[in-house]
Ligand binder design. Structure first.
Ligand SMILES: Cc1cc2nc3c(=O)[nH]c(=O)nc-3n(C[C@H](O)[C@H](O)[C@H](O)COP(=O)(O)O)c2cc1C
Length: 157
């Protein structure tokens, strides 16, 4: 597998983030509540990851995810922000987000400008689109996790 502690399966409701950037970036992100983030294996480092995601048990789409320290929680709490490569009508607050994180893309970067951040994320999206075509990683799209009511804690592959 392409990273420590991966694949990682997670399920939870989408909560309001700080709403600082994603709308201006044109790259909406869905935030998990802290309890979902707490279930991340300790050896999953901060950085940018990719995998598969579904909303309310709907179709499974490609996703990229930023895992980072949230200063509002005094660096004791990681946040997980998912961008799904699919256009949804309206916002997704309160919806159930299921993800499987299958690989690591890069560490977090302190970009100098909003423009560079957008370029960086668009590069992540391009890379994830390609990597997820790999048969081993594409197989997770049809994993029973997305179709059956399974506790993600029981899943390791
Ligand atoms: C795929 C992806 C990669 C990201 N990479 C970085 C990064 O390298 N550095 C960074 O400061 N923020 C990164 N972000 C976080 C964005 O800055 C963040 O989503 C945006 O500022 C919105 O923040 P908000 O939810 O607090 O409004 C990334 C987000 C995504 C979805």
């Amino acid at each position: 597998m392409s990273g420590k502690g991966l694949p990682h399966f997670a399920v939870g409701r989408i909560v309001k983030g700080f709403g600082r950037g994603s709308k201006e970036l044109g790259i909406p992100t869905a935030n998990y509540s802290p309890d979902v983030v707490e279930n991340l294996p300790k050896n999953v480092d901060t950085g940018v990851y990719f995998g598969w995601a579904s909303i309310d048990r709907g179709d499974v789409h490609k996703m990229v995810m930023s895992i980072g320290w949230n200063p509002f929680y005094q660096n004791s709490q990681k946040s997980m922000e998912t961008h799904i490569m699919h256009k949804f009508p309206g916002d997704l607050y309160g919806a159930e987000l299921r993800v499987v994180i299958v690989g690591f893309l890069r560490p977090e970067v302190n970009f100098d400008s909003l423009e560079d951040l957008i370029k960086g994320i668009n590069g992540d999206i391009e890379n994830a689109e390609k990597l997820l075509e790999n048969a081993d990683l594409a197989a997770y799209r049809t994993h029973k996790f997305f179709t059956e009511p399974i506790d993600p804690a029981q899943l390791t592959s």
